[in-house]
Design a protein around this ligand. Structure first.
Ligand code: F6P
Length: 326
């Protein structure tokens, strides 16, 4: 049966996430298998505005499954936020004969997707961000790799903190969400984890945790701070003033966005990329492929953008319960 959709574009937008390349590969190869041509739009929505594209085929996505970053480059486009910018993007879609776009990214990417779909171009979104902060999907591509990267850094840090009997504060990314911090905190056996979902009470969440840990016999403390909960540098200064110990602060930063994707990210990205093209080919454009309890679902973009999810606070209880008590 001849596909109605003949040519699609694929782009990555916003902060990159390990597994984006695996998603691009899945999109391109699924499209090729369905007889749909695929064009790579480079540098996110900017590429659509400025006609920055490359033709793609099965070979163009060879040997990228294990690569971090994105071969299509990425950007946060200010211009696409304006009606004029979106009109230019629409003109590029028409010029290239694109029947739809697959957009891989996070919240900002999907807001852009909604606007473009309102102009008549179907857009299917694939959730990819190390923050895992999208309400429409209980998992986002890149989260697992970022957690593993942070854990491996903190394991190394612990060696020296333990030897010097120090207090270490590690700031991890996550934007306004505490997923990364809490999962990592559980995995490294942190003394305390500070997350925006709980709100910071310095006495309860920091001072008392360190005191309890000391009474239990520990002489080094590992505190994981979600960037959305506050600045690790500032919290370090407060610890110094309150407890007269000299903490060392490490801001992990963009290292968390790099590295070869884990199995979970490669596998999820491959399934999402496949499902995105299937949805587009079936005429179900303008949706986001979210995962709920392990199954993929095509959710209309408008609805996807209104969905919320809550960090399970049972995880916080687990982290606290693992603490060494006197
Ligand atoms: O959304 C991904 C993310 O890495 C956040 O965790 C972080 O707050 C932000 O992007 C950093 O953005 P930039 O790459 O612009 O510094």
């Amino acid at each position: 049966m001849e596909a109605k959709v003949k040519r699609i574009g694929v782009l990555t937008s916003g902060g990159d996430a390990p597994g984006m390349n695996a998603a691009i590969r899945a999109v391109v190869r699924t499209a090729v298998n369905l007889g749909i041509e695929c064009v790579g739009i480079r540098r996110g929505w900017n590429g659509l505005i400025h006609s920055d594209f490359i033709p793609m085929n099965s070979d163009s996505v060879s040997h990228i499954l294990d690569q971090g970053g994105t071969i299509l480059y990425t950007a946060r486009s200010e211009e696409f936020m304006t009606p004029q910018g979106r009109e230019k993007a629409l003109a590029t879609c028409k010029l290239l004969g694109l029947d739809g776009i697959i957009a891989i990214g996070g919240d900002g990417t999907f807001h852009g997707a909604l606007e473009l779909s309102r102009l008549g171009i179907p857009v299917v979104g694939i959730p990819a961000t190390i923050d895992n902060d999208l309400g429409c999907s209980n998992y986002t591509i890149g989260f697992d790799t970022a957690c593993n990267t942070a854990v491996s850094c903190i394991d190394k840090l612990r060696d020296t903190m333990q030897s010097h009997e120090r207090c270490s504060l590690v700031e991890v990314m996550g934007r306004r969400a505490g997923y990364l911090a809490l999962y990592v905190g559980i995995a490294v056996g942190a003394t305390a984890v500070l997350i925006p979902e709980r709100g910071l009470n310095f006495q309860r969440d920091v001072v008392e945790r360190i005191q309890e840990s000391r009474i239990a016999g520990n002489t080094h403390y590992m505190i994981v701070v979600a960037e959305g909960a506050g600045s690790a540098v500032e919290i370090g200064k407060q610890i110094h003033q309150s407890l007269d110990i000299e903490p060392r602060v490490t801001v992990l930063g963009h290292i968390q966005r790099g590295g070869s994707p884990t199995v979970r990210d490669r596998e999820t990205a491959s399934r999402m990329g496949y499902a995105a093209v299937q949805a587009m080919a079936a005429g179900n454009g303008s949706c986001v492929i979210g995962t709920q309890q392990g199954s993929l679902e095509a959710i209309p973009i408008e609805k996807a953008l209104t969905m919320t999810k809550k960090l399970q606070m049972e995880r916080y209880a687990v982290m606290e319960a693992m603490h060494n008590h006197a």
